[in-house]
Design a protein. Sequence first.
Length: 198
Amino acid sequence: MVAIPTFSQKDSTKYIQTNKGKFLVGINANFYANKDGTEGIKSLIFQVEPRIGYFLFRNFAVGLKGNYNYERTNYNYYNEKYVSNEFNAGPFARYYLRYRNHGLFGEVAYSYGKNIARITEYMPGIFPNFIKITTVSNSYSFGAGYCYFVAKNVSLELLYQFQKATVSDQWSSGNNSFPFTKQQINNNIVTLGFQFYF
């Protein structure tokens, strides 16, 4: 006879971290750096995503999460530099499937945010030209992840998210500005992080 693991109510003490009434607090992050010698492009991207949630039911949590995204790209061939700081926040919902110290989870989320970017153009013989880009975004995402409980109330996790965003950009330079333009952007995001449960 083969024993098949189940997730009955009597096993709730095994998975107390995700029981009804518990909280989760954690942070996810990713980092990307790239250098293209042919085009003279150097890029640095850093993203951090804190969250806090509450388990309304066993294995099902809702909460709020934020996102800070920093990007810096130097276009040496064109004598340009691009720097942006983006902030987003919104609700999320997450459901876990647990077995011993392992877990799979799905997550859906919505976020609203604002990004301020600046392009600096260095032209020979004149002062640098500054271009400011203001972006407002509404985004929806869904994803799946894996977590491993390294301690009773701490898990490490890997999360993949597909994000669909509607963004509106406004460009300005000196006293000149251009109206907002809308576009749709799809992103694939992979982050590593850890969560505390209490």
